[in-house]
Design a protein around this ligand. Sequence first.
Ligand code: SF4
Ligand code: SF4
Length: 94
Amino acid sequence: MALWITDECINCDVCEPECPNQAIFMGVEIYEIDASRCTECVGHFAEPQCVQVCPVSCIPVNPACVETAEQLLAKYQRLQADAADSGAAPAAPR
Ligand code: SF4
Ligand code: SF4
């Protein structure tokens, strides 16, 4: 599943730079997660980095975006391929 940010977000700016997929962005009122870019950090880290740093624990899984581990890995591989195509250096897997 991709994750999502609830309205308990306090706009502390901590999670956005931690996302290896550039999935987190400032929305109209609070930060939001682009589900098409969130892999739950699969391919990069063992744990979702945004969840690790959020001081108010407002980043649960998105029940509207159920994905298997295989689908998350496929999303990671697509994002890496897109980055390579655009000339940007893809983030190295860890
Ligand atoms: S779980 Fe990982 S990929 Fe998804 S938004 Fe959080 S930091 Fe980004
Ligand atoms: S770390 Fe949590 S509270 Fe801070 S901006 Fe991200 S979602 Fe909002």
